[in-house]
Design a binder for this molecule. Structure first.
Ligand code: ADP
Ligand code: MG
Length: 468
């Protein structure tokens, strides 16, 4: 459940929260309102009943209706007349003693055929009494109101329905819930208007994070490759010198074997020489094999062209590497600037190789700046040298710089000022080798304490059909 909520987008979460908060509150408010309203409304209803009884009593009083011979008919008429205006009054009776009767009975009523219904009291009251009760399941006020014409006494009995109080309560609750619904919708609309940007930002952030992850993966991959290339180069160099070292004694052995052969031919009998010479042939044959293997080694250490050359603008190569290293620059708080001034920046190379060179030089630059407190900056520029038909990629840093002593050494393999884990001292030598293989070069100038400028110079590849 929790993870499902986490996976929802922001807008859905907001709506969920609004609904979860607003609805219970409105429901509670509605309940409180109706509970507060109920006694007030109920009192209102009671007053309606009492005032009805009072106005009927006034009419009986002022016209002395109880004393009339047709009292029952006249009063019933009055009741019916009065009741038109009061729909909540269920029933009205006038209770009195009929002439010559000893018991109380309903002498007038809004309901016909009351003769059989017993009156609600046995003894006439002389004060107003009101009581909440139920009539056929409906909550009602039962009101008794005394009236008299001289010695003739009577009670007016009124039943007022409280049903509409319940209806009002229900309506209040319903209105509250509808209000909650409307306010949820309105709030959602308003919030989503404002949230749109936040949601967009969140999405962009996610995309950025993802591409960041992809980039750092790619960076690791290329760096891994770089280390691999360096290792291969080391192995190549080792094998080359190994092969060279083995080759010399092998040559010597071969030579001496030939001498031994001719010496033996002179000294011993031909039959014996024949047998020995066969042995010597086998030995020289095996020596040839060893020599071939060693030669094979030497050939293998020449760098194979693993990938196809293509014509690419150097800017494209630079930008591919930049995408990889920008996060690292940010992490080390190194500001970055670029200027592509080269008009002709096409080169014919194996892209990955030149990318490796650029990455190598940029990594060296970062190494020379990281951890320093001064404001650090890296610039990458390109420009042409029309005289030489070259395009130069210049990588400039504000790092430590290089001493005069070290400047003479940095292109030598295995020269490094870094600790064992950090540098193999092969980067620059490989970079120079690669550049030279394309008829270019890697050059350096450095100001100790101020920074270093590394330049990759490559011949421009003219587009087909254009005149030089
Ligand atoms: N941009 C630079 N700023 C300062 N020193 C540098 C820079 N580039 C190279 N160097 C020096 O040249 C040395 C050799 O560089 P490199 O061939 O890349 O080997 P590595 O970086 O593995 O040490 C480095 O150890 C460092 O002393
Ligand atoms: Mg390096």
């Amino acid at each position: 459940m929790y993870t499902r909520i986490r996976a929802m987008d922001l807008q859905a979460k907001v709506i969920l929260i609004l609904v979860a908060v607003i609805f219970p509150i409105s429901f509670f408010l509605g309940l409180v309102q109706s509970k507060v309203l109920e006694p007030v409304l109920s009192e209102e209803v009671r007053e309606v009943g009492v005032s009805f009884a009072q106005s009927l009593a006034n009419q009986i009083d002022s016209h002395r209706l109880l004393l009339k011979a047709d009292a029952s008919a006249v009063i019933t008429d009055r009741i019916q007349h009065l009741m038109y205006t009061q729909p909540s009054i269920l029933r009205v009776d006038v209770i009195a003693k009929k002439p010559n009767d000893t018991h109380l009975s309903n002498i007038a009523s809004n309901i016909e055929d009351q003769d059989n219904a017993p009156p609600v009291v046995e003894v006439l009251r002389d004060t107003v009494t009101t009581e909440r009760t139920y009539e056929e399941g409906i909550p009602v006020w039962s009101i008794l109101y005394p009236v008299s014409n001289g010695s003739e006494k009577a009670n007016i009995h009124v039943l007022v329905s409280l049903r509409f109080v319940g209806a009002v309560q229900n309506t209040t609750l319903r209105i509250n819930l509808i209000a909650a619904l409307i306010s949820t919708i309105l709030l959602t609309l308003i919030l989503s208007f404002f949230l749109k940007r936040a949601i967009e930002n969140e999405k962009q952030l996610k995309v950025a994070q993802m591409s960041n992850e992809a980039l750092s993966e790619k960076l690791q991959e290329i760096q891994q490759e770089l280390i691999h290339t360096e290792k291969l180069a080391v192995m190549g160099q080792l094998t080359a010198s190994f092969a060279h070292e083995i080759g010399t004694p092998l040559n010597a052995i071969g030579g001496h074997m030939q001498l031994l052969n001719s010496d033996l031919e002179r000294v011993i009998s031909p039959s014996l020489f024949g047998a020995l010479s066969d042995r010597i042939k086998i030995i020289t044959g095996q020596l040839r094999k060893i020599e071939d293997i060693v030669k094979g080694f030497l050939q293998n250490t020449k760098k194979p062209i693993a990938q196809q050359k293509s014509i690419v603008p150097v800017r494209e190569l630079i930008e591919r590497i930049l995408a990889l290293v920008l996060p690292t620059l940010q992490r080390h708080q190194i500001s970055f600037g670029q200027e592509y001034a080269a008009v002709e920046d096409q080169v014919e190379v194996v892209p990955l190789e030149i990318e490796q060179v650029i990455l190598n030089l940029v990594n060296n630059a970062i190494d020379s700046m990281k951890g320093r407190s001064v404001p650090n900056a890296l610039w990458i520029k390109t420009y042409n040298d029309p005289a030489r038909q070259t395009v130069t990629i210049e990588i400039k840093d504000t790092g430590t710089g290089i001493t005069k002593e070290n400047l003479k050494q940095i292109f030598k393999p295995f020269f490094t000022t870094k600790s064992a884990g950090e540098g193999h001292g092969l980067g620059l030598s490989i970079c120079q080798q690669i550049a030279k293989a394309y008829g270019g070069d890697v050059l350096v100038d450095s100001d100790l304490g101020k920074g270093t400028r590394m330049k990759i110079q490559l011949p421009v590849k003219k587009a087909e059909g254009k005149s030089a």
